[in-house]
Design a protein around this ligand. Structure first.
Ligand code: GLC
Length: 301
C-alpha cells in the first residue's frame, strides 16, 4: 500500500488509500499487507513529540479495515530520512514515536506487526543501527512484550547487510527483512528517483535464462544460509519491477522471486499495490493480470 500514508500528505504522490482496497487484496488471494507510514511527518518536532490524532485515526482506519478482511498488517515506519542522516539528533524523537505507536496498538491482535524503520543506511551504519534496534526494542517491549517486530537488515535492507546485523539474542519474536531488486538495472529502469542513469537502463529485459535464474537462486541461498545459522525467520518485505520495464519480464521476474521465497519458507510483500510498480490499476479498478498471476495463484471459485 505504498505512496499513500508515507507521502508528505496523502494524495501528494498520486494515490490515496481506500479502505475498500483491502477486500480487493484479500479476495485476490493475499494474506497480508505492508503499510508504509510516515508517522514522523505527523509528530511534533520537539518534546513531547506527540503524533497528530487525526493521522493516527487515519492509520487506525486502514489497519482495522485490513484486519476486518482477515489480512495480517505490517505497520512500517517509512521515509524517516532525517534519522538516517543524523541519528543522534533524532534518536530521542524516534524512540518516543515508537513508544507512542507501540502503546497505541498494544491491544491489537498479534497479526499486527511493527517494522521499526525502512532501509537503514547513511548515518545509520550497521553499528549505529544495531544499537538503535536494541534500544527501540527495549521501548517497544514495555507495552508489547510478545508482538512480532520486523527488523531491516543494515545497508538499506540489502541482502549483503544481513551478516552485519546483530540482534538481542533473547528476543525471539523478531523477523528479519530484506528487500530484493536484482538486477537493479532491470527493476529500476526509468525510475525517476534513481536519477538519469536509470534512463540509460530503459529497455533492459529479464529473459529468465539459466544465468538469470542462477543469479537469483544464489542470492536467496545466501539469505537462507544466514536465516538458518542465526535462527531468524525472513520476510522479503519489498521486491518488484518498475512499470517502465516490459510486462513479460516483470511478470516472470516477479513470479520467480515469489516462488524462491515460498520454497524457502520466507514470507513476502510485493512492492507495491497501485503506484509506480503497481500490480493493481486504480483508475480502471482492475488487477494487472500478469502481475497478479505471478504473485498469487488464481483464487478458488
Ligand atoms: C524503498 C523506498 C521507496 C522506493 C522503493 C523502490 O522502499 O523507500 O521510495 O520506491 O524502495 O525503490
Amino acid at each position: 500500500m505504498a505512496d499513500m500514508l508515507e507521502a508528505p500528505s496523502e494524495g501528494a504522490w498520486g494515490v490515496r488509500l481506500e479502505n475498500g482496497y483491502f477486500a480487493v487484496i484479500q479476495k485476490a488471494g493475499f494474506r497480508s499487507v505492508r503499510i508504509p507510514v510516515a508517522f514522523q511527518i505527523h509528530a511534533l518536532g520537539n518534546p513531547p513529540y506527540t503524533i497528530d490524532t487525526n493521522f493516527f485515526g487515519r492509520v487506525d482506519g486502514a489497519v482495522k479495515s485490513a484486519l476486518d478482511c482477515g489480512l495480517a498488517v505490517v505497520i512500517d515506519l517509512h521515509h524517516y530520512g532525517e534519522l538516517r542522516k543524523e541519528p543522534e539528533k533524532h534518536r530521542a524523537r524516534f524512540l518516543s514515536i515508537w513508544d507512542r505507536i507501540a502503546r497505541h496498538y498494544q491491544n491489537y491482535p498479534d497479526t499486527v506487526y511493527f517494522e521499526l524503520f525502512n532501509e537503514p543506511g547513511e548515518g545509520l551504519s550497521p553499528v549505529v543501527w544495531n544499537a538503535l534496534v536494541a534500544q527501540t526494542l527495549r521501548v517497544v517491549r514495555q507495552s508489547n512484550p510478545k508482538r512480532a517486530v520486523i527488523i531491516d537488515a543494515p545497508e538499506w535492507a540489502n541482502i549483503d547487510g544481513l551478516e552485519k546485523l546483530r540482534l538481542p539474542e533473547n528476543d525471539r519474536n523478531l523477523i528479519v527483512t530484506c528487500h530484493y531488486y536484482n538486477p537493479f538495472e532491470f527493476t529500476h529502469q526509468g525510475a525517476v528517483w534513481i536519477g538519469p542513469r536509470a534512463d540509460a537502463w530503459l529497455g533492459t529485459r529479464w529473459p529468465s535464462g539459466q544465468v538469470q535464474l542462477t543469479a537469483i537462486q544464489r542470492d536467496f541461498d545466501k539469505i537462507q544460509a544466514w536465516s538458518k545459522l542465526n535462527k531468524r525467520p525472513i520476510y522479503l518485505g519489498e521486491f518488484g519491477a518498475y512499470s517502465k520495464a516490459d510486462m513479460k519480464s516483470r511478470a516472470s521476474w516477479t513470479a520467480y522471486v515469489a516462488r524462491q521465497c515460498e520454497e524457502r519458507g520466507f514470507s513476502w510483500a510485493y512492492w507495491e499495490f497501485c503506484s509506480g510498480f503497481g500490480a493493481y490499476d486504480p483508475p480502471a479498478r482492475v488487477w494487472r493480470e500478469p502481475l497478479l498471476k505471478a504473485l498469487v495463484a488464481p483464487p478458488q471459485q
